[in-house]
Design a protein around this ligand. Sequence first.
Ligand SMILES: Cc1ncc(COP(=O)(O)O)c(C=O)c1O
Length: 438
Amino acid sequence: MDSSIFDLISQETERQKKTLMMIPSENYTYDEVRRAVGSVLMHKYAEGYPNRRYYQGNKIIDQVEDLARNRALEAFGLDSKAWSVNVQPHSGSEANLAVYNALLDVGDRIMSMFLPDGGHLSHGWQVGDKKVTLVSKIYSVAFYKLNPETRLLDYEAIEKQAEEFKPKLMISGGTAYPREIDYQRLALIAHKVGAYFMADVAHEAGLISAGAVKSPFEFADVVTMTTHKTLRGPRGAIIFSKKELGEAIDSSIIPGIQGGPHLHTIAGIAVALEKTKTDEFKKYAMQTVVNARALAGVLLDGGLDVVSGGTDKHLVLVDLRPSASSGWFVAWALEAAGIIVNRNAVPNETASPFYPSGIRMGTQALTVRGMKETEMKLIGGWILKVVERVGIVALPEDKLQRNSYLSEFLKKIEGDKQLSGIKKEVEELCSRFPVPEL
Ligand SMILES: Cc1ncc(COP(=O)(O)O)c(C=O)c1O
C-alpha cells in the first residue's frame, strides 16, 4: 500500500466530511460511481465509437458506452432520432473545444458571456488584446456583458451586439450567473444572425434533468455539460447535438482533439445518469434550489449584496465591496471556520481575478447531506458573522503592502477565536448530516 498517497486520501475524506462543501462546481458522488471509476474498465483502450473501434476486445466496452449514451438521452427526455450524444469528452473544456472544432473554421466569430460577469474561460476568454486561452487564439471572440444596474442578461443589448458582430456561434452559460437564462430568446438572436446556438449547462445539468430549472433543449443546436456538478457523476462531460451535427462532433472528439475515451469514467457517468430518473433525485434537485433561495434570503436580510437579489438555481453570488471587503479575505476566513466557498469575480468587477470582489457559493453538496432551509439559516448566519469579523480584522487591501499583509492576515485568522468557534459548530452540524456513503 502506498501509504503516502492513501494517507492523504484519508485526510481529504475527513476534510470533506467535516467541512461544508459550498463550491458550486463540486459535489459528492455515489459509492457506485466511485466503484465504476476505479474499475478494470480503465485498463482498456477503445479509440473510436461502439461497433467502430480501432482496437480489439471491445464487445463489453461497447455496451458500456451505449448504455451511457442511451441513459444520457433518457435523462433529458431526448429522442435519438433528433439528437446525437457524445459521452467521451474528458472534461467540460474539451467538450466545448470539440464543438468549436466541429462547427467553426479558424478565425470564425464566437459570442459568449464576459468572464467577470459569470462567463467561463473555455468560451474563449481573452483579457483585452491578450489572448490567454487557446480558443481566443484560434477564433475571434466578442463578449456580452450584463446590464450593470440589474446585473442580469440584457437581451436587447445582446441582440444589437450580435447584429453588429455577426458571430457564427453564440454561447450561453457560465460559472456564476445565478438566474435563469432565456434560451428561446438567445436562440432567436443566434439564428437571426445565422449563428449556431450552444448552451453550456455545466452547472445546471442535474437541475435541468430533474425539471428544477429551465431546459435549453427545445431551442439549442448543441448542449454541453459537465457531469460532476449538479449531476453528481464523476468528472467528465457530455455533448448533445442536433442529429445533423452529430457526425462532425464525433469526429471532432476523435480524431479531432482527444485519443482514447475513459471508459471507467463513462461507466460512472452512466450510473449517475440512471440515478437522475429517481424521485429521490428529483426531490434532491428541487431542494437544492429551495436551499439556495433560503441561503440567499438570509444573506440579503443580513445586509450583503447578493448579486441580482437572489437565485433561481444552486448558486449564490455575493459582491463584498459594499461590505468593505474582498473575496480573498472572506474565502480564507470562511475556510478557517470550516466553510469552503470560492472567491469569485462579480459583475462590474474592479479587482484582479486572483483577488476578486466576491464569493460564490452553492447548495448542491449540502443538499446531498440532507440539509434543508433550517440548516441554510444557520450556515447563512455563520457566513454573516465571518464577513463581519473580516471587516474587523482585515484592513483595506490597497492601504497595505500586499504580500506581507496577506500572510499576516492568514496568521491572524488561524488563531481567531470567533472563527474557530464557528468551525466547531460547523463540525457538529456536519456530524448530524453525514455525507451518504462516505
Ligand atoms: C460553464 C462551464 N463550462 C465549462 C466548464 C469546464 O469544465 P471542466 O473543468 O470539466 O473542464 C465549467 C467548469 O466549471 C463551467 O462552469
